[in-house]
Design a protein around this ligand. Structure first.
Ligand code: ACO
Length: 340
C-alpha cells in the first residue's frame, strides 16, 4: 500500500494544499554539439562525455531573449493547467541571465503573455532559483494572499559564457521551463520544501563583472569579466554535499523514505554529480530523470525543463512521489517532495 506522507509542514498554518497544475518548457532551435565545440576550443567529445555526460546543448538566437523563452514555456504551462494569463496573480522568474538588471524579466514576461493582473519579480538564486520559486509560491498560496502563481526558470547562459574557456564553455546551454501552482482541493501536492544558502562560497561560482561592483567599461571590456567563473572541482564537491543533505531534509520533512520516491529530478549539471548522489542515497540511477545529455546545464531552467519533460512523457504519473533537488552559485540549494 502506498505510504502516506506526513501532513504538509505548512498545514498548521493553513489547510490549503498547493499543486503543480501545469508545466511547460521551451528550447531554442539551434543545437551545439560536442563536435561543434571541438572546432571552437581544444576539447574532445570523449572528454566532455566522460567528465559531464553532455552531448549537445541549445543556443538561443541573437535576438531571442530570456523573457521570450520564459514566455513560451509559461504559455505552454498555462495551457496545460487550463488557466488564462489574466488569472495569474504572481509571476516569479528565476534567472541569472535577466534581459536587463532591471526591470525584472518577470515584468517583460507579464507583457508578452498578457498576465495583466500579476505582480512580478525575479529570483536570484542561480541554478537553485526554480525551487526557491516553488517555495515562495507555496508560501503565498498557503497564506491565502495569492491563488495562481507562475514559476519560471529561464536562462540565456550563452550570453555570459566565455567561448574561449574550455573549462566552462562546454557545460552550459539555453532554455526555459515553467510551472503553474494553485490550490485545487487535492489532499496533497507540494508536500515538503527546503531552501538553504552558504555565502562563504561566493567565490567558487560567480560572474565578477556587469554589476555595480565592477561595471563593464572600455578599459576592462576585453577581460571577459561578464562571463561565468568557476572553480570546477570545488563546485563539484559542494554540489554533492549540498544536494545530498537537501534531499534528506525534504524526505524527512515529508515523512517519506527513498523507497517511496518514484522519480528524482536533480539539477542537470553533470552526470557524475547525479551518479554520486544516487550512490550515496542508495536510489537506483534509473529512478533519476536525466536530460542533460541533450541540453547541458541550463541553470535555473534545468529542473523546470526536466520536470516538464518527465510530466509530458509520462515518466511521472499522478500519485507518484517526486523528489526535486538543486544547487547553484551562492552557494544555494533547494529540495522539494511533491505528490504528482
Ligand atoms: N576539454 C578537454 N580538457 C579539458 C576541458 C575540456 N573542455 N576542460 C578542462 N580540461 C582539462 C583541464 O585543463 C585539466 O588539464 P590539466 O590536467 O592538463 O591541467 C584536465 O582537463 C582536468 O581538469 P579538471 O578541472 O581537473 O577536470 P575535472 O575532472 O574536475 O572535471 C568539471 C571538470 C567537469 C568542470 C568538473 O569539475 C565538474 O563537473 N565540476 C562541477 C562543475 C559544475 O557542475 N558546474 C556547473 C555548476 S554551475 C551551476 O549549475 C550552479
Amino acid at each position: 500500500m502506498k505510504k502516506q506522507p506526513r501532513s504538509s509542514p505548512r498545514s498548521g498554518k493553513s489547510n490549503r494544499t498547493v499543486s503543480i497544475v501545469g508545466t511547460g518548457s521551451y528550447t531554442p532551435e539551434k543545437v551545439l554539439t560536442n563536435a561543434d565545440l571541438m572546432r571552437m576550443v581544444d576539447t574532445s567529445d570523449e572528454w566532455i562525455t566522460t567528465r559531464t555526460g553532455i552531448k549537445e546543448r541549445r543556443i538561443a538566437a541573437k535576438d531571442e531573449l530570456t523573457s521570450d523563452m520564459a514566455s513560451k514555456a509559461a504559455l505552454k504551462a498555462l495551457e496545460q493547467a487550463e488557466v488564462a494569463p489574466k488569472d495569474v496573480d504572481l509571476i516569479l522568474v528565476a534567472t541569472a541571465t535577466p534581459d536587463m538588471l532591471f526591470p525584472a524579466t518577470a515584468c517583460f514576461v507579464q507583457k508578452k503573455i498578457g498576465a495583466k493582473n500579476a505582480a512580478c519579480l525575479d529570483i536570484s538564486a542561480a541554478c537553485a532559483g526554480f525551487l526557491f520559486g516553488i517555495e515562495i509560491a507555496q508560501q503565498f498560496i498557503t497564506s491565502h494572499t495569492h491563488n495562481t502563481v507562475l514559476v519560471i526558470g529561464a536562462e540565456k547562459l550563452s550570453s555570459i559564457t566565455n567561448w574561449t574557456d574550455r573549462n566552462t564553455c562546454v557545460l552550459f546551454g539555453d532554455g526555459a521551463g515553467a510551472a503553474v501552482l494553485q490550490h485545487r482541493g487535492r489532499a496533497h501536492g507540494v508536500i515538503s520544501t527546503h531552501i538553504g544558502s552558504d555565502g562563504q562560497f561566493t567565490d567558487i561560482l560567480f560572474m565578477p563583472g556587469g554589476g555595480s561592483r565592477c561595471p563593464i567599461t572600455q578599459e576592462n571590456a576585453h577581460q571577459n569579466l561578464a562571463t561565468i567563473h568557476m572553480t570546477g572541482k570545488e563546485v563539484y564537491k559542494q554540489a554533492v554535499i549540498s544536494m545530498l543533505s537537501a534531499s534528506k531534509k525534504a524526505l524527512e520533512l515529508a515523512g517519506l523514505t527513498t523507497d517511496d520516491i518514484a522519480c528524482v529530478i536533480p539539477h542537470q549539471a553533470n552526470l557524475r554529480i547525479i551518479e554520486a548522489i544516487a550512490d550515496r542515497l542508495k536510489i537506483p540511477l534509473d529512478r533519476f530523470f536525466v536530460n542533460l545529455d541533450k541540453y547541458g546545464n541550463t541553470s535555473a531552467a534545468a529542473v523546470a525543463m526536466a520536470l516538464d519533460e518527465a510530466n509530458r512523457s509520462g515518466r511521472i504519473q499522478r500519485g507518484d512521489y517526486v523528489l526535486m533537488v538543486v544547487f547553484g552559485g551562492g552557494l544555494t540549494w533547494a529540495s522539494t517532495v511533491v505528490e504528482w
